[in-house]
Design a protein around this ligand. Structure first.
Ligand SMILES: [Zn+2]
Length: 457
């Protein structure tokens, strides 16, 4: 796992970098797409939610509250907002007037793990519900209201102290509070690790609401701060049923454009961009490189390559949102571009995505152990294309999760137990293949594959 780049922390403005600095230190229709090469892919291929694309989100919450309303950096933002509700209402009214079609409730850090550093972990449900109510008040029914989910700030084992289950349970409390408070959709944003993004998506999908997932990308590595390649994140999250995938913060529209150009051919769900208007001005606090018109012009280039859900992150004012509203008024989003070879299927493991081919080979399955490094390296030297693992016990499934950052090949999971197969897919931070010949009932296997975005092989 890679560390967080220093430049990334400098460039990613303000509240998001402030937070990231703590991290680690509708009815949809589904398609069963049988390829020529034995891969059965269960994919959600079209979003059908009650609004049109292109869709306009809102602008920055944190930077505007700091510069316009003098929110202090040292206090928990969620708590401060509830103590100063007029500050948020004023800002969000301005976003509505500017043309936002979706307001994001300021629930970014209102999960129990992120609230721990303020001693407010037990307040997660209370804070989340009250903040959603406040944004619904600001919206006045003129926009959709989204619950915003941010990173937990905690890594999972072996890099952090927590089990993946604890991350999912933390998000589950927050998203159920959002659903109860009446959000229309959920936006998981500024995701810095694939494990947090998977956990947030798994929990949020349980609400039955549309779920967008947006990650941060570091400029120097072109990957998420935990080392996950962008194509890997897309492959994993879209196959798990995200309704949109994208990038927020991370740079200006022009800086994130090449990353969208690379992943757009493989996107089977709408792409989302919530970039920053460049870097903050070190002298004139609250000012950023790009004014509203040039920012909107650059966002137009993102729409040209296939992005259809737009907004602004740190530094974007209501004026930036107004310019975006003018931009999208007469734009229709470009249809999703599928890769020319529709039979290509993407698996993902160890932070990488892999194109599966018809002629792939594999050897005898590895058994799962606490430390699989030597076995994995030896297997990978043998020249096979797929690495099979056998899961026989609960410990095996747990150990598979502990070692999943080690894999440099697509991983196929075999198990004789439905429960163990499910636990393995839950713990595996990637997009695995599941062995259709391992004796499990096919309908059940496809149900599991759909939930975890796996590929039946
Ligand atoms: Zn941001």
């Amino acid at each position: 796992m890679k560390g967080f780049g220093k430049n990334f922390l400098c460039r990613t403005s303000f509240l998001h970098s402030f937070f990231i600095g703590f991290v680690y230190d509708s009815i949809r229709w589904e398609s069963l797409c049988l390829t020529q090469c034995h891969f059965m892919e269960v994919l959600n291929v079209e979003m059908d939610v009650p609004y049109h694309l292109p869709l306009l989100l809102d602008g920055a919450t944190g930077t505007n509250l700091i510069h316009r309303e003098h929110m202090p950096l040292e206090q928990c933002p969620e708590q401060w907002i509830l103590q100063h509700p007029q500050a948020l209402l004023s800002l969000q009214h301005d976003f509505v007037k500017a043309g936002s079609q979706v307001l994001l409730a300021p629930t970014f850090q209102a999960n129990a793990l992120a609230l721990e550093k303020y001693g407010l972990a037990a307040e997660d449900i209370n804070l989340t519900e009250r903040l959603v109510f406040l944004t619904k008040q600001a919206s006045g029914g003129n926009t959709l209201v989204a619950g915003s989910i941010g990173p937990t700030g905690q890594g999972i084992e072996p890099f952090g102290k927590l089990r993946f289950q604890q991350i999912v349970d933390t998000y589950r409390r927050q998203v159920q509070a959002m659903r109860k408070a009446g959000v229309d959709l959920i936006v998981c944003e500024t995701m810095t690790s694939l494990s947090d993004a998977r956990a947030a998506l798994l929990a949020a999908k349980e609400t039955g609401l549309p779920v967008f997932v947006s990650v941060v990308v570091t400029e120097e590595e072109e990957e998420m701060p935990d080392g996950t390649k962008l194509l890997c994140a897309l492959a994993v999250l879209q196959s798990m049923g995200a309704d949109a995938f994208g990038i927020n913060c991370s740079g200006s529209p022009g800086q994130i454009l090449p990353w969208f150009e690379k992943i757009a051919p493989y996107a089977q769900i709408p792409l989302l961009a919530k970039p920053n208007p460049g870097n903050p001005n070190p002298v004139n606090l609250g000012q950023y490189d790009l004014g509203p018109e040039i920012f909107a012009k650059e966002v137009g280039r993102l729409i040209d390559v296939g992005v259809s859900i737009v907004g602004g992150c740190c530094g974007t004012s209501p004026e930036h949102v107004h310019a975006l509203a003018n931009l999208i008024r007469n734009r229709s989003s470009r249809p999703l571009q599928h890769h020319p070879d529709e039979d290509e299927v993407l698996a993902a493991s160890g932070h990488e995505a892999f194109f599966l081919r018809e002629d792939m080979t594999m050897g005898e399955p590895l058994s799962c152990e606490l430390d699989m490094a030597d076995d994995i390296l030896e297997y990978e030297d043998s020249g096979f294309d797929i690495l099979p693992v056998q899961v026989e016990t609960e410990d095996d499934a747990y150990h598979l999760g502990l070692n999943c950052h080690m894999f440099r090949l697509p991983v196929l999971i075999a198990s004789h137990s439905f429960e163990l197969m499910e636990q393995s897919l839950f713990e595996f931070q990637g997009r695995a293949l599941v062995d259709s010949q391992c004796g499990l009932e096919n309908d059940e296997l496809y149900r599991l594959a759909k939930r975890y975005g796996a590929i039946v092989y």
